[in-house]
Design a protein around this ligand. Sequence first.
Ligand SMILES: [Zn+2]
Length: 268
Amino acid sequence: MSVPNPTPVHPTIIAKSSVRAGGRFGPGWGARKTKWRIYALALKHLLSQIPRTFGTGPRNCPVCEKKGQFFAFGMPLRLDAICSHCGSLERHRQMALWLARNQQHWATRRVLHFAPDAAIQAILRVKAGYYIGADIVPAPGCRVLDIEALALDDSSVDVIVCSHVLEHVDDTKALLELRRVLTTGGIALIMVPVIHGWTSTYENATVITPQQRIQHFGQDDHLRYFGDDIENRITAAGFDVTKMTAQEPDCMTYGLIRGDTLYVATAR
Ligand SMILES: [Zn+2]
């Protein structure tokens, strides 16, 4: 028995019907192809950044006073974030610059330093009249102190260094405590992550798990993203506020975060 020849089908028609059926790689191939292109693009971009993670150019470190390449650090990576000699970060270098340029306001005074980092601690210990390192957990050379309820007398210190602490705690309680233990005219040097351009701080009582805090506040133990109203919060606790904002030529020279702000709060 002879088999009739099938009607010839034009290749273009086969291709079109194949696309309608999901293509030769099955249903959804188009969407998957787009996704792989995005993955490839992201990977290509990531690989292109590798050379920059070892420094975009020489910087000066006001902490260790050495010059050289700074490395990328953080998540997401910040270029030229960490000094390859002493490990200082941008916020340490900005604080060190303020301390170097304003020694008349802190040297020989009684200094209280919260969550001491090695970089700034070394600077303060040399020139402070009396130095107290403080942390909420036991740490070498530190007193265990709760910033929300300080076991210190009123007006017992002249200078407080409080960098990247207030975003972890009840900042209203903490700021009142800082004011209480400071002498009138004493200063608190405060740094926190601030979203400049936000008029109000973002807090959310429904955010309770570490994963939620990463999503909402950028870190698993952060309680808020401060906005520009951080200044009002400090003022409300009994301070007058001036600011050192990281700008050129300091940002280029020392590898600071452009616009990062150090709040200098003077106790009224
Ligand atoms: Zn350094």
